[in-house]
Design a protein around this ligand. Structure first.
Ligand code: 5AD
Ligand code: SF4
Length: 503
């Protein structure tokens, strides 16, 4: 928190000329140089999360609202913050007029994501007039950026608190400070060595659950802000992960999504044992829960042992998200991805040989600084060669403080947009063809709920993650059934119910 004596009371009125430099001891700007100095020491697991006595009932009769942007990691952090709010007596609301605390859990991966948050923040100003006690907070990846905190200090005086991705467990204390202080509360630690266990969680839904196995990323792809906003790689102890998954199985969850920015680096930070993602999945495989997925994989660390374990099947489903980012070895080198197109293709061949029904998906960035038409063509040819089931495609967005942001980038936006369109057209054709190949075949489906567009129809996913719509009784939500696919579109398929699968 800003020392009250130091802080100017006019921070909230927006008249302050203070910048983050004045609060340098509270956080640190992303710095490649500093971040790369990360050591292996200092990882401490804390099991003693508590809520201060005076905060335990503070939310009685009050409401919280969390707006979440970005990846599944953020969604999961939101579940933790929701758990903390509820442990303080707060009730969730979707209505901004009813909310007593509104948090923006933000994403910094591309500029567009940041612009969206600033736009939304601007809309919050009037709420403060209606409810002067409203606490408005910014958290998540954007808060780890110095330029963002400066901008909020300068132009968003309605914000009461900013806290970073390493400060989630401090929410009760920060909230207390924000409630009783006139100044903006800022706590953004760049210290990233710790893992906090035992935080409460309010999960969205009771069919699928996210389970974090590691935090941070040490890969430093040159375009990516994540290693700065999420800190160094640190893995949860396997026994803590196994205990969490066992408990979720006991509660009746049907699917686990194992989460990490780079799950293939799991365990690399353990000093007392040699233990990786393959070992962990081999243990999770024995837990009585129907499906386990994981994301996100980095091709560089995807080892043979992991492939062997995945090939055992069972609850380890045949779906792998394996971001390639580009099909050109030259671009990959500039991205510092630490693999070549050939290495990537070899990995794909190995995976397909070991897991014949595997469904692969990818992330691709077009318009990376200096990307030529020929290099882009290599990406198109990679997509055709791999035949992904789906792809998340992005136009490169410069992120301040990352090495790629200072690379020469002469390609006009129009060219980049055109590349994105061409890339999506190629992928859509492949996705449609693959979905059409499913017609007439029967698949196991986990029914997840009503279709978003038509509540008369239920929606579910196959083991490979394909979306299937099926007419069936709502009592089947949360169960495994068999469906025969009758019709295929690019992003969805339709099926007929065959039987319920016994689990
Ligand atoms: N610009 C565009 N896309 C990016 N990604 C990460 N950083 C950037 C950036 N600066 C994409 C990558 C990553 C996905 C989560 O977001 O493809 O895999
Ligand atoms: Fe970003 Fe690369 Fe780490 Fe993925 S592996 S989070 S793209 S730095």
């Amino acid at each position: 928190m800003i020392d009250k004596k130091e802080a100017t009371t006019d921070l909230k009125s927006g008249k302050s000329s203070k910048s983050t430099a004045d609060y340098a001891k509270y956080f640190q700007a992303p710095s490649l140089k500093d971040a790369k100095k990360r050591g292996k020491e200092d990882i401490t697991v804390h099991y003693d999360f508590t809520i201060p006595e005076e905060m335990k009932q503070i939310g009685k009769g009050l409401h919280y609202l969390i707006r979440t942007y970005g990846c599944q990691m953020n969604e999961h952090d939101t579940e933790t913050m929701a758990g903390i709010f509820e442990a303080m007596g707060y009730t969730a609301t979707e209505d901004t007029m009813e909310a007593d605390v509104i948090l923006f859990n933000t994403c910094a991966i591309r500029e567009g994501a940041e612009d969206k948050v600033f736009g939304e923040l601007g809309h919050m100003k009037h709420l403060k007039r209606n409810n002067p006690n409203l606490i408005l907070g910014l958290c998540g990846c954007m808060s780890q950026e110095e330029k963002v905190v400066n901008k909020v200090l300068r132009s968003y005086s309605e914000v009461d608190m900013i806290f970073g991705t390493h400060n989630i467990h401090r929410l009760p204390v920060l909230l207390r400070d924000a409630m009783f202080s006139k100044e903006m509360v800022i706590e953004v630690w760049s210290k990233e060595g710790d893992i906090i266990e035992n935080m409460p969680k309010t999960r969205t839904g009771d069919i699928k659950a996210w389970v974090n196995i590691m935090y941070g990323c040490d890969k430093f792809c040159t375009y990516c802000i994540v290693p700065y906003t999420r800190g160094k790689e640190r893995s949860r102890r396997p026994e803590d992960v196994v205990a969490e998954v066992r408990e979720l199985a006991r509660q009746g969850f049907k699917e686990i999504m194992v989460l990490g920015q780079n799950v293939n680096a799991y365990g690399k930070d353990f000093e007392d044992r040699k233990y990786g993602l393959g070992d962990l999945l081999d243990e999770l495989r024995k837990i009585d829960i129907p499906r386990i997925r994981f994301t996100t994989s980095h091709p560089r660390d995807f080892d043979d042992h992991l492939i062997e374990v995945l090939a055992k099947g069972g609850n380890l489903v045949e779906q792998i998200h394996l971001p390639a980012q580009s099909g050109s070895s030259e671009v990959l080198k500039k991205m510092a991805r630490k693999y070549t197109r050939e290495h990537y293709m070899e990995l794909v061949r190995k995976i397909k040989a070991a897991i014949p029904d595997v469904s692969l998906s990818t992330d691709i960035i077009v318009g990376f600084p200096g990307e030529t038409e020929e290099q882009f063509q290599e990406t198109l040819s990679l997509m055709k060669e791999v035949e992904y089931d789906s792809a998340y495609t992005f136009i490169y967005s410069p992120r301040e403080g990352t090495p790629a942001a200072s690379m020469v980038d002469n390609e006009p936006d129009e060219v980049k947009k055109d590349r994105l369109q061409r890339l999506m057209a190629v992928q859509n054709e492949i996705s449609l063809r693959k979905n059409q190949e499913m017609v007439g075949k029967t698949y196991e489906l986990l029914i997840e709920g009503e279709s978003r567009k038509n509540p008369e129809v239920l929606a579910g996913r196959t083991r490979t993650g394909k979306l299937v719509h099926v007419k069936a009784d709502k009592s089947l939500i949360g169960t495994l059934v068999h469906v025969t696919i009758t019709e295929a579109k690019t992003f969805t398929t339709y099926g007929e119910l065959v039987t319920k699968v016994e689990v």
